[in-house]
Design a protein around this ligand. Structure first.
Ligand SMILES: Nc1nc2c([nH]c(=O)n2[C@@H]2O[C@H](COP(=O)(O)OP(=O)(O)OP(=O)(O)O)[C@@H](O)[C@H]2O)c(=O)[nH]1
Length: 131
């Protein structure tokens, strides 16, 4: 079975968390934590730093892993690693790949359209992750 390893950033600011829309060209549609696939030979934090530079146009400091989700179908297994990530306070996000970004209040129900594998992460952040 093909194994795909993905890193996704949990970036918090003033009680909110940063979500990205998936570009229409890359299904599934929905909102996700920004990130992408780890390339061969890359460590998680280097992969996430590269992805965020590509997508948000900002440098970042990926830190510790908060949560792991594994999804599987007949062909492939996706291992998602959610990593607490810091941005400089004055970092200006410049969407580079046609995505939208939004800061979402970390309270209550998950926002509509959040990818299904991310729901436990949302619940984790609501329960434990508020700064
Ligand atoms: N980045 C990200 N991907 C997620 C999240 N949740 C989740 O299920 N995924 C899945 O993980 C996979 C990530 O692939 P991707 O297409 O974003 O990765 P990438 O940018 O490196 O893609 P590419 O290799 O096609 O350029 C997709 O299947 C996506 O649906 C999430 O919160 N963030």
């Amino acid at each position: 079975m093909k194994i795909i390893t993905v890193v996704a950033a949990v970036i918090r600011r003033e009680g909110k968390v940063l979500l990205a829309s998936r570009p229409a060209s890359k299904p599934p549609l929905g909102w996700e934590f920004p990130g992408g696939k780890v390339e061969p030979g890359e460590n998680f934090n280097a992969a996430l730093r590269r992805e965020l530079l590509e997508e948000l146009g900002v440098d970042s400091v990926p830190a510790d892993r908060l949560y792991k989700v594994v999804t599987r179908n007949a062909e492939r297994e996706i291992r998602l690693h959610f990593i607490r990530t810091l941005l400089a306070p004055d970092a200006k996000i410049v969407p580079k790949e046609g995505q939208e970004f939004r800061w979402v209040e970390l309270s209550g129900e998950a926002p509509e359209g959040l990818l299904a594998p991310d729901l436990p992460v949302w619940n984790f952040l609501i329960n434990f992750g508020r700064p």
